[in-house]
Write a protein that binds this ligand. Sequence first.
Ligand SMILES: [Zn+2]
Length: 391
Amino acid sequence: MPSPRDLFDQLNTEYSAVHKTKEDLFWSTYMATSSDDAGFARAEEAYKNFISDPDRLAGVRSALASLPTTDADESTQALRQGLQGWLALFECNIIDNDQARILMAELIQLEAALFTKRRDLVLQHLGESGQLEAATLSTLATNMGTNPVKVARKSSHDAMMGLEHWVLGNGFLDIVKKRNAFARAQGFENYFDFKVQKNEGMTTTELFAILDDFEQRTRATNSRALDELAQKHGAEATQAWNLRYYISGDVTRKLDPYFSFAKSLQRWVESFRRLGISYRGATMQLDLLEREGKYQNGFCHGPIPTYFNNQGQWIAGQINFTANATPDQIGSGARAINTLFHEGGHAAHFANVTQNSPCFSQEFAPTSMAYAETQSMFCDSLINDADWLKR
Ligand SMILES: [Zn+2]
C-alpha cells in the first residue's frame, strides 16, 4: 500500500489527467469543432469511474486513519486537509453497487445519443426582419423579449415549445426513467433528490423549505406587478410570449446602442481589472459567437483545475468559457456582456483556488452549485448597477 503522501500525490496526478481528457473532449464536442461523441462518452465514463471508485475511497479512508492523531508539522496538516478533500469528493460520488454502475454507463450512452441528435436540430422563428430564419435558444429568447411584433414573439415561443416536444419524442423520457432508476439503485427516491443531496449537501425538503419561503414572501408583489401590467397593456400582456417584452422589451431596445457586442470584451476585461480580479496565470479559451451546431448555452468549464503541487509549484488553470452572441440582433450585445461577466466570474473563482489538490478547484460535486453561482452572479449583477452603466 502506498504511503498517505504517495497516495495523495497519485490522486492529484491521476485525477488531473482523467479530468483533462474528459474536459478537452467536452469542449470540442460542445463547440462542434469535433464530432468524436463516442470518444467523449468514453472519457466521461473513465472520469465517472474514477470519482465513484469504492477502492479509491477505501484507500483515502485508511490513509487518513494511518496519520498520527495530531499534526506534527504544517506539511502533515496540509496532507490531512488534502486527503479530507478527496474523502469528500469520493464520498459524494461513490457508487457502491454494481447495478447502479451499470445504470450509470447506460445513462451516459443515452445522454450522448440525445446530445448528438440535438446538435443537428435546427429551430426557426420570425426574426427582427420579419422573415423566417434559423434560431438558437439564445436568439429565440432575445427575440421573444424584444421584438415589437407579437406574431414574431409568438413564433419564438412556438419554437421553444417545439423543442420540448422534440426531446420528448427523442429519448428524453428514457433518460428520465434511467436517471430515476440510477438514483433508486442507491437508495434515493428519485434523481432530483439524489442530485440535491450530492451537489448541495441538503435534502429536497430542506431546499423546498427555502424556496417555498421565498415564493410566499414574493407572491403578493409578483401578482401585483402582473396585474399592473395587464391593466396597462391588456390581459394578453401576461402571456408567455408577451410577458418579458412588456416588462423590459422597451428598455432593452433603448439600451441596445450602448451595449454593442464590439465593446463587450474590452469592458469585461477593464471592469474586472479595476475590481482587482486576476486569473493567476490561467490560460483562457473563449468561444463567444453563435455558430451552427455549437452548444446553445453559455458555460464555464476548466480542463486544468488549479492547485499547488507537491513541489509547491503553482499549477495555473486552463479555463474555457462560451457565450452565444449574435452581434446583429437587438438585445444580443447586452446578453453577451452578461455572459462574459457571468462565465468570466466563474473563471475568476476557479482560477484562484489556492489549495494543494485539484479536488478543491473543480466545479463538480462536492463543490456546491449555489456557492459557485454566488461568485458568477455577483459579477454579472454589476451590469445592472447604475454607476457601472453610467461610467
Ligand atoms: Zn453560472
